[in-house]
Design a protein around this ligand. Structure first.
Ligand SMILES: Nc1nc2c(ncn2[C@@H]2O[C@H](COP(=O)(O)OP(=O)(O)O)[C@@H](O)[C@H]2O)c(=O)[nH]1
Ligand SMILES: [Mg+2]
Length: 300
């Protein structure tokens, strides 16, 4: 699956990648240097091989993408990023979007096209202008013409941005979407802190307040899951396995399903444990989810 991020220089493409799949915090991306030409990041998400192409939007390179159609070819999902803090560049952005879109179409591509109205925040920007800029952005001729699905985004709303990414990544797989919703419903009813992720540490959903690292799981937890997964693979040689750990402060349970999915359940000291059948219901649901993921990645 190839995702192409397209937009003028400085509109936020690299930051969007870094704070979602890249697992960085918004404050860490302040000083990123400009992307020269383009960068391709590969990422395994739920067993799907995703390559994310970040096209550096500087003028001198923009022409070269258009003249080298191979670079944009085979784009599955095309994301145009419009910088709400720079309405003076809207015209330029409009023309660039339009040129890229035509180039892909001429090459026979049929990507799912999405627009991000990006930097929807008052970080270094007067808040009262945002709505006006957003309204103006929606009026751009290219957007009016192709009427793409759209999201209002900001790296400072990292949790939401990551959810948008998750939604986009699994949009082709209706059943996976349903499973994520079911998992979220279960999580709402439970006291335990629960993180559902894949074995590579991509968070699918979780129930921990204030826990926000984009899509990537915190490094220590990621390492824990990876180690358990290595045990599963090398010693247990089973496709699924459960692990538990007990310390004075915490009870920890990790369930790995069908190579791909992990459910981490943490109960803090002094917190009432959830009824076993409620946990069992979640785990059964996630077992089915894991099987669906395996099916989906075989289809790809
Ligand atoms: N306020 C705000 N700034 C952002 C946002 N996303 C990116 N930026 C800033 O915009 C600048 C350019 O970002 P960058 O990702 O390098 O843009 P690129 O050239 O499109 O890759 C950086 O200083 C980022 O910190 C956002 O959502 N809100
Ligand atoms: Mg960049």
């Amino acid at each position: 699956m190839k995702i192409s991020l397209v937009g003028l220089s400085g509109c936020g493409k690299t930051s969007i990648y870094s704070t979602t799949l890249g697992g960085m915090a918004p404050m860490e991306v302040k000083d990123l240097g400009p992307t020269v030409m383009y960068e391709v990041k590969s990422h395994n998400y739920l067993g799907l091989q995703i390559s994310l192409w970040d096209f550096g939007g500087q003028e001198k390179y923009r022409q070269s993408y258009l003249e080298t159609p191979k670079l944009l070819a085979n784009t599955t999902i095309l994301i145009f990023v419009l910088d709400l803090h720079h309405p003076e560049d809207y015209k330029k952005a409009n023309n660039y979007f339009s040129e890229v879109f035509s180039a892909i179409k001429e090459g026979g591509g049929e990507p799912q096209t999405i627009i991000f109205y990006h930097k929807y925040d008052a970080e270094d920007y007067p808040e009262e202008k945002l709505e006006e800029n957003l309204a103006k952005g929606k009026e751009l001729p290219f957007i009016q013409e192709i009427n793409p699905s759209s999201y209002i985004t900001s790296i400072f709303r990292q949790e939401e941005l990551s959810e948008i990414f998750r939604e986009i990544l699994i949009s082709d797989f209706e059943k996976l979407k349903e499973s994520v919703e079911n998992a979220q419903n279960h999580l709402m009813k439970l006291n335990s802190k629960i993180i559902v992720s894949d074995v590579n540490g991509n968070v699918i959903t979780h129930s921990i307040k204030g826990f926000s690292t984009g899509i990537q799981l915190r490094e220590d937890l990621r390492d824990y899951i990876l180690s358990c997964n290595v045990l599963r693979e090398n010693f247990l040689t089973a496709e699924s396995a459960s692990f538990s750990a007990l310390s004075e402060k915490k009870k920890l349970q990790l369930h790995i399903f069908s190579y791909v999915l992990s459910v981490l359940i943490m109960v803090d000291e002094g917190v009432a444990a959830d009824p076993p059948d409620a946990i069992e219901a979640l785990l059964n649901e996630m077992k089915i989810f894991a099987e669906l993921i395996v099916e989906a990645s075989e289809e790809e």
